[in-house]
Design a protein around this ligand. Sequence first.
Ligand code: NAD
Length: 413
Amino acid sequence: MSEPLVDARRQLADAVKILGYDDGVYANLAAPRRELTVSIPLRRDDGTTEVLTGYRVQHNYSRGPAKGGLRYAPNVDLDEVRALAMWMTWKCALLGVPYGGAKGGVTIDPRNYSRAELERVTRRYTSEILPLIGPMQDIPAPDIGTDEQTMAWMMDTYSVNSGHTVLGVVTGKPISLGGSQGRASATSRGVVHIALQAMSHLHLAPSESTAAVQGFGKVGRGSARFLAEAGVKVLAVSDQYGGVHDPAGLDVPALEQHVDETGSVVGFGGAEAIDNEALLELEVDVLVPAAVEGVIHRGNASRINARLIVEGANGPTTAEADEILAGRGVTVAPDILANAGGVIVSYFEWVQANQAYWWSQEEVEARLADRMIGAWRDVLSYAQRQGLTLRTAATCLAVERVASAHAMRGLYP
Ligand code: NAD
């Protein structure tokens, strides 16, 4: 079993024990309801054929349709998708969004494929998982390596097969195709709502605080921007090619322009180079891992200098690292809370698409802030009442809601 899945099941087991449930509840929630592995034959631009592998896992749908991102990355495997699907179930339950959890992935490095090839991969993958998805069944969204264009191709493929346009089948679509105002920035806005709440709890004033952000994609980039806008000095950021560090604080808008021009943060003028490992160990108040799983682990947890970790990525901290960090008094705002802004506005997008009635950016952002801050308060007060870490408190709250939905529905047959 891969590490993310071991950790996800361990978090579930801890919550089940704290909540006093029996082994049957654990068994029911540890196993995904459905999983599908598909082959994706791809005709490359040079005329050769290659066969890729894709997955869709629906961890749970007792509270509503399954919901979760689609990842294109070279190390995607079934266990990783299973772990990510489970975390989606907890995230939706924690935020009171009426969905279960799902996740999809294709084992591919999208950098090595043309746009036309990626379109063929997406359309064939969508066709293969067609029986599982739908606005009332399972609603994909972007994740690592996918974007609003990917969602537009998925929506089109599903709609062509349905004989009519089905806007509610995916979220994270372009605004021109039924996307929601504020969806593109929702995850990072949510990360920063939680960061600011946690900082206030820890008596860290934004204007006197520093941050480092790992990952400069859909989540990391906005997190750096909104932290800087809140007055926090962003000292370092990185992507898969390397990182940049300026002890005086990076000029984030200028950095964004550099990334638009070059495709990477590397080489940004006036800043020193820093690698991804060193970035995690910088002397900062707030660390936002917003790239991949498992970057904070047994090997480096004792060298993390941040006072607060806000998990933009899913699963960036291993269970072993969690224990070390808790022992050292480092506060971790867990992924299922901190990066939930994306699924909240995905839910808003789905509601809007199903009603064909769209909201303003202000309405979306106000409702997003309400839900994020409300969930932060729920998790913090549960953690304080029960003497738990924020992650264990968040997982308990979520597992309790899912288990209660199961109990009320009963077992069929
Ligand atoms: P993305 O593909 O837009 O960006 C990923 C970023 O991470 C890129 O800058 C990439 O260069 C960098 N990266 C990749 N591998 C790396 C490595 N090994 N070391 C350092 N940097 C690396 O993806 P994203 O949507 O920003 O997703 C990032 C994380 O956030 C993932 O864990 C994802 O599951 C999670 N997440 C995303 C959303 C969303 O709405 N997009 C919502 C919730 C959680």
